[in-house]
Ligand binder design. Sequence first.
Ligand code: FES
Ligand code: FES
Length: 478
Amino acid sequence: MNSIIINEVPYPLDLIPPHTTLLRFLRDHIFLTGTKEGCAEGDCGACSAVVLEQSDEGSRFKAINACLVPIHSLGGHQVWTVEGLSTRNELHPVQSAMVKHLGSQCGYCTPGIVMSLMEAYYRKDIKEPWQIDDQLCGNLCRCTGYRPIRTAAESIVNTNPQDAFTSRQAEVSQTIDHTVDGQRFLAPVTWTELWTGLANNPNATLVCGATDLGLDITKKHAQYECIVALDRIPDLKTITVDEHQIRIGAAATISDIESTLQDTLPALTRMYRYFGSRQIKNRASMGGNLCTASPIGDSAPVLLAYDSIIELRSAQGTRTVPISSFFKGYRQIDIQDGEILSAIVIPRPTSNWHIRAFKVSKRREMDISAVSAGMAVQIVDGKIQNIRLAFGGMAATPKRAHRTEDALNGQSWSMESIQAALHFLKDDFTPMNDHRGSAWYRSQLAQNLLVGFYEELQSQNGPHLALSHTGTLLLEQR
Ligand code: FES
Ligand code: FES
């Protein structure tokens, strides 16, 4: 039987159509209306729920946006909502903290906030205050002001809880193959199941965390004949690091990449800090972010700076392409019928490479880039041996600034060289005008980011430099 366990109660899913989100199931099918709907697009956190999943470190709780997740993606797994937090009529410690610190007024956001706090309560990796900001940045509150909520959060992190929740073990992921009214949801756990499923459903829509596809379902009421979810195949979730390279399975989530590669790839994890909310990062994958092929996706510029390799796999075998030739045109990528993006391979930079990432958006949290950049320079004896300058938001695809790179290669690493090369950026890109920024603004930003890259490397031991939304250089607190 196809089922899900919610607040320790199993619910059959056999009659539930594949396009049903967790939120719709909670509110419309089993009437757990404590979980609220605000935006239905992953922005407000009112719908936050918590799923228990397996990891290399054991079982762990992850907050997710119930409004975006197809219910069958969670088939067989344990989920908690606000109704399941208190036990024996006693508030859970995160609920008590919200009461004690006056963290709720109208209460509409409160169920979502306590579920985010539930993840924080059981996390073992919160070491810095900014991690509390990141934990809560996907939960909007229009009444309380965030200070009491933050105080509640500070009071519950790193308390090393031992309770009925900590002894819970995540279920092992099983294959899901479910059809209702001619619509199929397939989540294979083996490569063989995947290739068979794709051969039988050549028009299948591939999905990992559904943070993008979920929007099509909730906002455009999209219907798919067959959805194939890739996030149960263990190899696609694996991140391996050796002395030569880092291999990131395409379905690895952004939050797993952040926590695993914080020290190994700091430019990537810096970009991912501003990628989205904790709930989004707990579901979104690097492969999904690349395959949407958005010109303003946050992964691509920094992966271009790292000169990454894209690994594509099909029933016939595996091929690789450099990321610099992966993006073919607006929303077009080099992927053939029957292929999936299986991994991203990042060569380990040697010590004379310096790599940084920048994102400029109108808000720091939860916003889409106007312009983003990944920049890498190899400096030998004070000269630029190699430089890679990649931008998002400047063209129909994420793209390197080859003319500017050519102008800088072989020059001294100095502000004079940078200033002399800036005008080449105008030859590299013809940015568009849209509501996120005019062509002039984007062009100016690209130049300021290159200057910022130089300035930041010159102040390596000082605070990071970042750009405000107006393109002004700011000190970044971290
Ligand atoms: Fe707003 Fe889900 S309803 S994030
Ligand atoms: Fe009213 Fe947060 S308490 S929206």
